[in-house]
Design a protein. Structure first.
Length: 255
């Protein structure tokens, strides 16, 4: 069941990026990967069927379809109408999904036992206060001692990207991605260009992710009354280093 809690018009980059082209650009993020990641989360957070879980930026339901098998009371939220419609089709109304903004979560305080944030769904806003607002909102909707799972890119690697260009052929489309890190703004940018097989440009946009070092993220969480519980560098429980593929932080809401 889909509820639209955000009626405002929004023209930010993520509105264009997380639309019909998203499944093309991120085709490599498959179902098997999602299932393995969910199993990791359920184990590390020790979640049980009686718990209540929120999947932040749930997209088309890649993770939530597996979470709901173990945690019946799971809710997803995203701002993309297109991706939520796709989620609604695949989940067949077995899960409540909500259209809303992560800076203003439309849930009562102390609602969830865990809030999950997969695949770098943090740092989307140019205004620092908006990124902090996201953490504050997570704190508000969590129950006492509730857990916040944050899966983020490796910032040590991101800051060293000066100009990286890749080209892929996906479903008869040519996808060209150009990445670079802006030292002044501390933002990792990725320009996406998609061409048809006739070499006609179909769309172009630039993704922005504010890069926070591990110590900065931990400080932000602590300043907003979270305790750091665990840190990993991947979904295989390896220690986080500058060579890790991911930065994963599990924190707990202090009473």
């Amino acid at each position: 069941m889909l509820y639209n809690m955000d009626k405002k018009q929004n023209t930010d980059w993520y509105i264009q990026a997380f639309d019909k082209w998203y499944p093309i650009v991120y085709q490599q993020r498959n179902e098997q990967e999602a299932k393995e990641q969910v199993n990791f989360v359920l184990s590390e957070l020790d979640l049980s069927p009686h718990h209540k879980v929120l999947d932040l930026c749930c997209g088309y339901g890649r993770h939530i379809q597996y979470i709901k098998e173990k945690i019946p009371t799971t809710i997803g939220i995203d701002i993309s109408t297109y991706l939520l419609r796709k989620a609604q089709e695949s989940l067949k109304n077995t899960v409540i999904i909500v259209r809303g903004d992560i800076r203003c979560l439309p849930f009562k305080h102390n609602t969830f036992d865990a809030v999950l944030s997969f695949f770098t769904s943090f740092g989307y806003f140019a205004n620092e206060k908006d990124n902090i607002k996201q953490i504050k909102n997570v704190y508000n909707v969590l129950k006492g001692n509730g857990l916040f799972f944050l899966d983020y890119l490796n910032p040590e690697q991101a800051i060293n990207i000066k100009m990286n260009r890749t080209k892929r052929i996906i479903n008869n489309y040519t996808v060209i991605e150009t990445r670079w890190y802006d030292d002044k703004t501390k933002i990792l940018k990725k320009k996406v260009e998609i061409f048809s097989d006739e070499n006609t440009i179909m769309t172009t946009y630039v993704e922005h992710v504010r890069i926070y070092m591990c110590s900065e993220l931990e400080t932000m969480l602590k300043q907003n009354n979270f305790a750091i519980m665990k840190t990993f560098g991947d979904y295989k429980k390896n220690k986080y280093t500058e060579l890790s593929p991911r930065l994963i932080i599990v924190s707990k809401k202090n009473e």
